[in-house]
Design a protein around this ligand. Structure first.
Ligand code: PLP
Length: 344
């Protein structure tokens, strides 16, 4: 769709920015269509000449590398194999993910669910029958106490539809926590009204998970919106994806994470890119993430340090990774680096 604040063609988006569309964009768009909000495109910095290295541009504009990836898998985390009922992914005994829509306010080129929108398809909004089936499963599976509401982006749903979903899930006595993952506060913050914030705040166990990847995304508008959630009593956490050429250096991420804790948003996860087809040119390698974490050790508040994690292939789940501080099983002394055992 074009209009209503969205642009659905890379050529049109580039024209708005007075620049040429990326090389090969037609073929890339035929496979993975373009969609971005005018707002998100407005964050691209045009002052430095060609915007191709701009961190916002790289996250939303098609790139030829998307079609050069031969080895990536459509669904490396085996989400489809872990769905006991359609749209509900259960990888752990106590948590499940519910996919409520395929719609997003901007299509991220590094999307790990790119399979849902490849070749022009899009996962539809969850139907009443699908919601009923998911709810029936959760009713008979009391071990699940938390539902991650995902997609797509749940905050793209009409607010009455979202309320019906939240009401349905909250009516299940064994569900104590709802974790709503969204990038709308980053890509289209104006869509979230005070009424939506109040509606979400009414669910006692609801946590919000935002997705800021770069300090330039944390505009005054986005920061103010996060403030509204916090003010309403909703805990706000953030997940970031470590992206080559976007945010893969410790200084950029430290700036982002410091700005987040200053508005009471807790950096929760830093993810390495999954081996998903069409996104692997964003992968930095695990070593880069560990290097970033090691740099944080001495120069970033623990409030601001997220857990660095990878999602194991074939649905093995998330694993957090830490840089190794020991050498030969011992710790280097701060004084002269000699190796010492941890006493006790
Ligand atoms: C990430 C994820 C969860 C939640 O895991 P946490 O470690 O609690 O963040 C649950 N189920 C699936 C399928 C996931 O991908």
């Amino acid at each position: 769709m074009t209009g209503n604040g969205f642009i659905a063609s890379a050529r049109e988006a580039a024209a708005r920015l007075n620049t040429a569309p990326p090389a090969g964009y037609r073929e890339v768009e035929a496979r993975y269509p373009f969609l971005a909000s005018e707002y998100y495109l407005s964050l691209i910095d045009r002052s430095g000449g060609s915007p191709e290295n701009d961190p916002i541009w790289r996250q939303c504009m098609p790139a030829a590398e998307e079609l050069e990836d031969e080895d990536g898998l459509p669904d490396p985390l085996a989400e489809s194999a872990q769905m006991p009922v359609p749209r509900l992914i259960r990888r752990y005994p106590d948590r499940a993910v519910l996919l409520v829509t395929g719609s997003c306010a901007t299509r991220c080129r590094f999307c790990f669910r790119k399979r849902f929108w490849a070749d022009g398809g899009e996962l539809a909004d969850i139907s009443a029958a699908e919601l009923a089936a998911a709810s029936a499963y959760l009713h008979r599976t009391p071990a699940v106490s938390e539902v991650l509401i995902s997609g797509g982006d749940p905050l793209m749903l009409p607010s009455n539809d979202l309320r019906s979903i939240l009401d349905e899930l909250s009516s299940i006595e064994t569900i104590a926590v709802l974790r709503l993952g969204t990038r709308v506060p980053v890509t289209r913050p104006d869509l979230i009204t005070p009424e939506t914030v109040a509606m979400l705040a009414a669910y006692p166990g609801l946590w919000l998970m935002t997705h800021f990847n770069h300090p330039r995304e944390l505009t005054p508008v986005s920061a103010a919106l996060c403030g509204e959630f916090v003010q309403a009593g909703i805990p706000v956490l953030n997940q970031t994806v470590l992206l080559k050429g976007v945010n893969d250096d410790a200084a950029t991420l430290a700036r982002l994470f410091r700005q987040l804790i200053a508005i009471k948003v807790k950096p929760h996860y830093l993810f390495h890119v999954d081996p998903v087809r069409g996104v692997r040119h964003f992968a930095t390698g695990i070593a880069k993430g560990l290097e970033v974490l090691a740099a944080f050790r001495s120069n970033l508040s623990s409030l601001a340090v997220p857990t660095f994690a990878i999602d194991l292939p074939e649905g093995g789940g998330k694993v957090s990774l830490q840089p190794e501080y020991r050498r030969n099983g011992k710790y280097p002394s701060a004084v002269d680096g000699h190796l010492i055992d941890y006493p006790g």
